[in-house]
Design a binder for this molecule. Structure first.
Ligand code: HEC
Ligand code: HEC
Ligand code: HEC
Ligand code: HEC
Ligand code: HEC
Ligand code: HEC
Ligand code: HEC
Ligand code: HEC
Length: 313
């Protein structure tokens, strides 16, 4: 009962006289995450607690407390930037207790998520003293990934387009280091190239490589697990590009020497060079590498020939 005494001496007026409490096992306050789906786990005393209500920005989740079960788990969704999650435990005595925990989802392609406040940090979960909190009921090991990893992380492969290796080869990319048993290889590009080696050959043979992929952090733009956007992009192509190139955030792109009208369209029409694709920034610019400045999609050496990609004489 040391924990309870501590609460009382700290003197929170709400808790005075209350004979039961609860604990949030994960997430730790002020943690930084990169995925939008995380675990939320609460430990209660089933003798006193009746119901747990978890309130996120997106939804309100109610869990009924069962006889003899102390720990309750739920995958919740967070959004880029700061998220405050509220938990309310309703006691059998009708009294309610509330706690809040704030976490931060970081992303280089969402301005609201690109600068975690200085008091937030990454708190790896896959270390002995945290995994042990779940060990009574969950197996955590690389031996049978379909069963173990998916049980807690299944949502990260549930979006519309799943990336094949994430359907069961988690530890191919998550080889671990001294900070977390399942940390990913950093930078990740060499791991990507194990299977996409053809791209490595093509891109590294080009004269220019675009800044973001050149860092080796392919996840700046691609979600390695699954995404609702084709190519597992974290945003639709034009939104993705104009996050960093914000001056291009408009319907039309001014081109040097463009004499017909004021500017060229960048969306809303089919791309004549790629059946099934809409015109986008990648109709003209390669997102990874090119032999021509501005990363033009063609490998010739002039803008006139770029135009011929879609405007045949
Ligand atoms: C008392 C047993 C018990 C403990 C301890 C426990 N879990 Fe669970 N967990 C379960 C059960 C049972 C399920 C299946 C769904 C359900 O009945 O809640 C589950 C499901 C989950 C899910 C999937 C929830 C969803 O929304 O689909 C996640 C994530 C999870 N647990 C994470 C954890 C983590 C992380 C820990 C340790 C901090 C943990 N669990 C500790 C019993 C437990
Ligand atoms: C008992 C539930 C549980 C199981 C099983 C589990 N994880 Fe996790 N894992 C977590 C929690 C909780 C976090 C913290 C982030 C979150 O909530 O999603 C986490 C975080 C991670 C991270 C981020 C690095 C870190 O250490 O925080 C990676 C990578 C990861 N898990 C990979 C795996 C892989 C691979 C497996 C299967 C071998 C696995 N996990 C099985 C609960 C689980
Ligand atoms: C193709 C390589 C690859 C595969 C396969 C893969 N991951 Fe990841 N994973 C990454 C990379 C890279 C990141 C980090 C960055 C990001 O997405 O922003 C990551 C991030 C994570 C995170 C989030 C860590 C955080 O801080 O929020 C979890 C959890 C995770 N992976 C679990 C898994 C699980 C479970 C599987 C299998 C179902 C899996 N991964 C398969 C490459 C991979
Ligand atoms: C274990 C092998 C493997 C690894 C490692 C791997 N991929 Fe893949 N990837 C595949 C397979 C298989 C496909 C589906 C077939 C295809 O389209 O090439 C795919 C498809 C893709 C696609 C869509 C391609 C298309 O034309 O639709 C992208 C984008 C992608 N991967 C990016 C990555 C990134 C980024 C990494 C590193 C974080 C990575 N992959 C690591 C196997 C892998
Ligand atoms: C995470 C930020 C980021 C994203 C997302 C991004 N870029 Fe860039 N881009 C940069 C940086 C930084 C540079 C400057 C370094 C370099 O030239 O590679 C750059 C350079 C460029 C240049 C050359 C500019 C010049 O003046 O020479 C073009 C063209 C370009 N990007 C197009 C794109 C397109 C198209 C997309 C979407 C597929 C995109 N970028 C997405 C950061 C980004
Ligand atoms: C600046 C954002 C950005 C970064 C960083 C990035 N990609 Fe891409 N990638 C894209 C976009 C956008 C597409 C879709 C291109 C299109 O519309 O044709 C794409 C497509 C792909 C494809 C499938 C189509 C193709 O071009 O073959 C693969 C495979 C791929 N990327 C792998 C990677 C790997 C591996 C890395 C890391 C070395 C990486 N990407 C880094 C933006 C990026
Ligand atoms: C129809 C082809 C075409 C499309 C589509 C296109 N661009 Fe360009 N872009 C060019 C050309 C040509 C240049 C060379 C410089 C010029 O003529 O202004 C260029 C130059 C650039 C530059 C570097 C020079 C500058 O003006 O800053 C960036 C960055 C850029 N484009 C980003 C984008 C983004 C982001 C998109 C999508 C919203 C996009 N482009 C769509 C053809 C295109
Ligand atoms: C990726 C394919 C693509 C490339 C490359 C491309 N265009 Fe276009 N262009 C289009 C599409 C699609 C339209 C819209 C056609 C329509 O309205 O049906 C268009 C429209 C135009 C128009 C008509 C203007 C308007 O307002 O609709 C002109 C002129 C034009 N392009 C010139 C160029 C020039 C010059 C270049 C080279 C710098 C170029 N295009 C490169 C796809 C492309």
């Amino acid at each position: 009962m040391i924990g309870l005494n501590l609460f009382l001496t700290l003197g929170s007026s709400v808790l005075i006289g209350v004979s039961w409490g609860f604990e949030i096992l994960t997430p730790k306050p002020k943690s930084i995450f990169r995925e939008e789906y995380i675990s939320f786990v609460v430990k209660v005393n089933p003798q006193n607690a009746k119901e747990i209500v978890i309130q996120t920005l997106e939804e309100n989740i109610t869990l009924k407390v069962e006889k003899d079960r102390k720990v309750y788990c739920k995958t919740i969704q967070i959004v880029p930037g700061e998220n405050t999650i509220e938990v309310e435990v309703v006691g059998k005595d009708g009294k309610k207790q509330k706690k809040k925990v704030s976490v931060f989802m970081t992303s280089q392609v969402h301005p609201e998520g690109s600068h975690p406040p200085p008091d937030y940090k990454v708190n790896p979960f896959h270390v002995k003293n945290r995994e042990i909190l779940c060990a009574d009921c969950h197996t955590i090991s690389g031996a049978s990934e379909q069963d173990s990893c998916m049980k807690c992380h299944g949502k990260i492969v549930s979006r519309k387009f799943p990336h094949p290796p994430s359907m069961g080869s988690c530890t191919m990319c998550h080889t671990g280091n001294d900070k977390s048993k399942y940390a990913w290889n950093d930078p990740i590009s060499e791991t990507c190239y194990l299977c996409h080696g053809d791209k490595k050959q093509i891109w590294l043979s080009k004269k220019y490589m675009h800044g973001p992929p050149a860092t080796g952090n392919c996840y700046i733009c691609h979600n390695p697990h699954s995404e609702d956007v084709r190519f597992f992009l974290k945003k639709q192509t034009n939104d993705l590009c104009t996050t960093c190139h914000s001056e291009k955030r408009r319907e039309r792109h001014p081109l040097v020497g463009f004499v017909f009208g004021e500017a060229h369209p960048v969306s809303g029409k089919p791309d004549p060079a790629r059946p099934g694709f809409e015109l986008s920034c990648t109709g003209c610019h390669n997102p990874h590498a090119s032999n021509f400045r501005f990363f033009f999609q063609n490998d010739y050496s002039g803008e006139a020939i770029l135009c011929l990609r879609c405007h045949k004489k």
